[in-house]
Ligand binder design. Structure first.
Ligand SMILES: *Cc1c(COP(=O)(O)O)cnc(C)c1O
Length: 237
């Protein structure tokens, strides 16, 4: 694996921010409307620290154990940590201790497991999640299918008062086809509109767009882009 220097990471972040700003402008918005999350899975802690030093305020990790290892040696200013990978129910407790937001909530069973743990605490808190939607229909992808999303929302709103759904998340299809990728993002935007109407939730965020497609995602309405290799360079899983 090639670990980039702090300078190279800083340059990458600057370049990504410029592209975010240009795409936001094309969609009639400003860069302030789009949050940049640095996806740091499989990257060494030094690279994460460099990114935070260069102004990254949120980091995304896809595995509980890796996040735990990184947080245990973390020094200095803490960013916000987001869970972006599939979360197994038996890791729910650890995930709640390690992350500030779970972007990959995709089942009632997981929501209910989170709720039970949150309920044990003396001090009640409201834990933010995004619901992951499988907008591409690819069977290998996690996320609730669009047709099942409303039911999941109803369950969470009725049975999980400690969980606040703040947005939707999706991963674009694995293809070079711009039309197919944009269709997946515009479906998430439409689902946000419809779920907002039907539930009354604010649903501030649409988390969509990665290194290869974040500009299209912003043009389709993304408020939250998850960029890994574009900031940290290639990773070897
Ligand atoms: C790995 C990952 C990303 C970042 O991917 P890049 O192509 O490296 O930017 C974004 N979102 C999720 C859910 C991921 O697993």
């Amino acid at each position: 694996m090639v670990d980039l220097s702090q300078e190279a990471i800083g340059d990458n972040i600057g370049c990504v921010r410029e592209r975010i700003e240009a795409a936001a402008r094309r969609s009639g918005r400003t860069a302030d409307d789009v949050t940049l999350l640095g996806v740091s899975k499989f990257q060494p802690v030094e690279s994460l620290l460099a990114a935070v030093h260069c102004g990254i305020k949120l980091l995304g990790e896809s595995r509980v154990q890796e996040a735990e290892e990184k947080r245990s040696v973390w020094t200095g200013e803490n960013p916000e940590w987001h869970m972006i990978g599939h979360l197994q129910r038996n890791k729910a407790r650890k995930a709640l201790a390690l992350f500030d937001c779970i972007e990959s909530l995709d089942s009632a069973e997981l929501a209910e497991a989170l709720e039970r743990i949150l309920n044990e605490a003396q001090e009640k808190r409201s834990f933010p999640v995004f619901v992951e939607i499988n907008t591409s229909g690819e069977p290998a992808k996690h996320g609730v299918l669009p047709d099942d999303a409303l039911k999941l929302f109803d369950t969470i709103m009725q049975h999980c008062p400690s969980i606040t759904i703040e947005g939707l998340m999706t991963i674009g299809p694995l293809t070079d086809d711009e039309c197919a990728i944009r269709a997946s993002f515009s479906l998430l935007r439409e689902m946000g509109n419809s779920l907002r109407n039907r539930t009354g939730l604010y649903l501030k965020h649409l988390s969509m767009g990665m290194s290869g497609d974040f500009e299209w995602a912003i043009e389709e309405g993304s408020t939250f882009v998850r960029v890994g290799t574009g900031i940290f360079g290639i990773r070897t899983p």
